[in-house]
Design a protein around this ligand. Sequence first.
Ligand code: NFS
Length: 661
Amino acid sequence: MAQKQDKDTGKEKAPEKLLSVCDATLHMIGKARKEGISTAFDRAESMKACPIGADGSCCKNCAMGPCRVPATKKGEEPDKVGVCGATPATIAARNFARMVAAGSSAHCDHARGVAAVFLLAAQGKIPGYGIKDVQKLLQLGMDFGLDVEKMTLQEIAIKVGELCAAEFGKQEGDLVFTRRAPLKRQELWRKNNLMPRGIDREIVDLMHRTHMGVDQDYQNLITQAGRVALVDGWGGSMIATELQDIMFGTPVPITGTINLGVLKQDEVNIIVHGHDPLIAEMVVVACQDPEMIALAKAQGAKGINLAGMCCTANEVLMRHGIPIAGNFLQQELAIITGVVDAMVVDVQCEMQSIHQVAECFHTEIITTSPKAKIEGATHIEFDEHDAINSAKKIVTAAIARFPKRKGKADIPRETSQMVVGFSHETINYLLGGSFRASYRPLNDNIIGGRIRGIAGVVGCNNARTVHDQSHLVLIKELIKNDVIVLTTGCSAMACGKAGLLTPEAAKYCGSGLAEVCEAVGIPPVLHMGSCVDNSRILIAASAVVKEGGLGDDISDLPAAGCAPEWMSEKAIAIGHYFVASGVYTIFGVTFPTTGSKVVTDYLFQELEEKWGGMWGFAKDPLEMARMMIAHIDKKRKALGIDKARERVLFDMAMRRELDAV
Ligand code: NFS
């Protein structure tokens, strides 16, 4: 019998259809409820978020607190201060800054691991990993100022590995990849104390400042948070993306399948979940090993079916076409199908509850990173020196679970097809052609008005808002208004499930964007990868500026960003590096500084004057779209290209009139 009441609050549970717009998800929530299995969807209902914490008005940075300084009247700056005298502005800014530090640390530590493996691979010390994209290796060598013509490939790779690793502990000098930004942006960073130095240095600096009794100037705190965010976007995330591309291949367009329907009843199902492709890449190889396949068959399975979850999924989808089982809020649901034999997790966005859910089934949760263990789960530590054998151990454990399946399997039927793998290099090539890769056609289409602007829509799912809905409503509204969308992370997966990552999605577009998509043969929503691959968007934006005709800084572009269903600290770090790179960036759900009007006004209004980019917040996806489009139009006007678009629209109206005659 389905439990209709919440066991903690006694209140009636919300009808399933209000929780997600994804049918496979609704189906599985129904099953979970029928079987009394707790999921994030129900827990979010039974435990309301703390409004004081959500607004950034709670300081727990010392043992005189926690001090709570909420506003007494809505929209006014609270008049309370903490025991030490910390103002609501200092408290909100400090909390926000620490979120940026934590989020950046996650991306940067991921990158540190990638750099370490890259260096070992370059030194020939670890079998299984190698160099796939020589062109990109040479590019990085040049970025680091190496005389690549006089060096062997191995020498370049070793030096690049060492120099990337050195970016973390660097004490002096700017982060090297900041030179990829437009010159005007670099000058602005220098002028505003934003130019990032070593990765670890900036993060430690911020943790120091936010300790009790140190930096108590909210603007100064937001600036250092900006510098930390930039070590993420133009440092850690960019290093991770670039080195992963060199080792595993830069993505090119490839078709893929998504949603829980990719799981198979008669095969061993393994899900790789998390963010780090170092492990998943090897699991991909192990699953294709004839010895492993034979082992699976010996257990009565037809084969081994590997699928991905969260950003690890994006990584292996883009490079190998491995199907995706789902995005963040589907991780528990995948297990509830009853056919997942092992869920292999690396780092980040892994709910602890997957272990609790797995206990109701035969599923083995396998942790692989010494940094991310789950109590009660099986830990098979991944050893990069013997990567393929580590991966085989994992696959063998999964196969051993296959005969232990219990209960009736219930796999939702839903799957969708998609085209993914739009790295910056690919977009460049697709638009410009093989002889003259270039962003020129994109710039010309923006200048000419067929494309109104560019939007980056990225980020998570959040159990406090309808799963996938805001992503889809927002993105459909943007493309309807001729705004081309670049997407990553769980947002990209929401799009994939809804069929927006296919050229046929041109049917949702305004006439200008539809025309461009049809001419080039691309979807109106371009899947650029995982969350660390948001660095690809920074590179693409810089390339558009360099191509000419759209101003001389990222902040001049008719562009905006959004994470409508964000939940992680990583998302805040990403948002802040886009803002510090000159992009107007809107977040949904809640905003973590709204307890202080002073800080919120600073982030939402005053920053634009200083940084060229600023934050925004809206709950309603149509309102988000309106804000983004208004910003895009403001930038078009400043560039003097607003008239071109009016002409395009006029032409269309005229054409329609002619058609009617
Ligand atoms: Ni990004 Fe990817 Fe998804 Fe959010 Fe988590 S998986 S790194 S943080 S939830 S998009």
